[in-house]
Design a protein around this ligand. Structure first.
Ligand SMILES: *Cc1c(COP(=O)(O)O)cnc(C)c1O
Length: 237
């Protein structure tokens, strides 16, 4: 299968899942996760009409950035970011979907102000409470602290929440975690008054379940680009 054919197949499955759930298929964005794959693969996807990508390491994307931005693609950072790399990330990425501390949000605000740009961010929530995963606990006071800091952030726009549920063979196992993220969004909305329209959830093996549970952005890597030569998902950077 080519990247173009894979994209087409995933788009159809996203649409079908949205219809099953009584949702507008246009309310779900498809993010192609291109980590570990070369810029040439990203350009192939762009040629097939895909313009939203996810990368998980600042350093790795720096090498692809020139080619990819020239092609008009938008790229979000979806991997853990240390606050000392916030400035570099703010330069390279269109959005950071994996913000997990107030300090990082503040650093991105400073970097955005310096660059004269506004950065969209999502707050990453560790709904499964896994020790090895990054993200804020659903009941972490810091979650609300970041949301309540929004009025101080002229250059950072908090758009919603992101999660990576525990790994499991059966996609149905992810459903309670996706549902929990949606419910958490409702709770936080009531507490902070922000709209939080975005819920980034669902990967290659469980994106249909995520769409049924309200995902507005599914992050699909393997099912588009094939197996990765090595794993980087939880490596620090
Ligand atoms: C790698 C990665 C994905 C894509 O995973 P696949 O199983 O290859 O679709 C999605 N989200 C995050 C945060 C990732 O690190």
């Amino acid at each position: 299968m080519t990247i173009a054919a894979n994209l087409e197949a995933i788009r159809r499955r996203v649409e079908a899942a949205a219809r099953r759930a009584g949702r507008d298929p246009h309310s779900v964005a498809l993010m192609a996760v291109s980590k570990t794959h070369p810029a040439a693969d990203i350009l192939e996807a762009v040629a097939a009409g895909q313009f939203l990508f996810g990368e998980n390491r600042v350093q790795e994307f720096a090498a692809k950035h020139a080619a990819v931005s020239a092609a008009g693609a938008k790229v979000h950072l979806i991997g853990h970011l240390q606050s000392n790399k916030a400035a570099k990330a703010a330069e390279l990425f269109d959005a950071v979907d994996s913000v997990d501390s107030l300090k990082l949000a503040e650093r991105l605000q400073e970097a955005g102000a310096r660059l004269g740009r506004t950065l969209d961010i999502l707050l990453e929530v560790n709904v499964g409470g896994e020790a090895a995963k990054s993200g804020l606990a659903p009941d972490a006071p810091e979650l609300l602290e970041i949301l309540r800091a929004q009025p101080r952030f002229a250059n950072v726009q908090i758009k919603g929440l992101m999660t990576v549920p525990p790994v499991s063979e059966d996609p149905e196992d992810a459903r309670p975690y996706f549902r929990r993220l949606r419910e958490l969004r409702e709770e936080l909305r009531g507490q902070c008054g922000l709209e939080l329209p975005e819920l980034s959830m669902g990967m290659s093996h469980d994106f249909e379940v995520a769409v049924e549970e309200g995902s507005t952005c599914v992050r699909v890597g393997t099912a588009i680009f094939g197996a990765r030569p090595y794993s980087t998902s939880q490596e620090p950077q």
